[in-house]
Design a protein around this ligand. Structure first.
Ligand code: SF4
Ligand code: SF4
Length: 189
């Protein structure tokens, strides 16, 4: 008897398209909601929040002197051993002390962006920045040197983040880059 009831129920569900109607009650309202699709990377780009942990930057002070003193604490703190620091005497006055990171290198293939290196840095020379487009055609490109990381961040610190801006895709033999136009900001919600 109960088997017959089950068969009848399934039959009626099929006849009256109950499953279809249940599905549509969930999906149909989205037809009228605001689209959140991002036209990335050709036209738009998301700017991460200030607390985002992306590509590392090595910073300078207001006088343009390198803050890194080559203490190697970041190298020691890194759980995946992807930072290499070779300290050296600062004969040129580039740094804030008589010792600088003569060679400073990071292997991004091993980095898990935990931020422990940033926490260990006593001079705030090392920060995890907001660059996240790190794709490249060569694995060697994933090793970034001090000279590259000392370049100014493409996203200034005063930009709060969490916004969408216009962007332009640029690709060369090193990899891809999505160049933002920070003058046009909008929120997608
Ligand atoms: S973010 Fe973490 S894994 Fe990456 S270099 Fe720093 S300490 Fe190492
Ligand atoms: S980045 Fe900071 S922790 Fe690393 S060597 Fe330089 S000063 Fe030391």
């Amino acid at each position: 008897m109960s088997d017959n009831t089950g068969i009848l129920k399934r039959f009626l569900k099929k006849v009256f398209l109950i499953d279809l109607i249940q599905g549509l009650t969930i999906t149909f309202p989205y037809t009228f909601s605001k689209t959140i699709t991002l036209r990335y990377p050709d036209e738009e780009k998301w700017i991460p929040y200030q607390r985002f942990r992306g590509l590392h930057t090595l910073n300078k002070n207001k006088e343009g002197k390198e803050l890194c003193v080559g203490c190697e604490l970041c190298q020691k703190a890194c759980p995946t051993q992807c930072i290499t620091v070779i300290p050296g005497e600062d004969k040129t006055g580039k740094g804030i002390s008589d010792r600088i990171g003569y060679r400073w290198e990071i292997n991004l293939l091993r980095c898990m962006y935990c931020g422990l290196c940033e926490d260990a840095c006593p001079t705030e020379a090392l920060k995890l920045g907001r660059e996240y487009e790190l794709a490249s055609y060569s694995m060697l490109r994933q090793i970034r040197t001090k000279e590259e990381l000392l370049n100014p961040q493409p996203i200034p610190v005063e930009i709060e983040g969490g916004v969408i801006v216009k962007a332009r895709l640029e690709a060369d033999d090193k990899g891809i880059k999505v160049v933002p136009d920070l003058s046009t900001q909008k929120r997608w919600w």
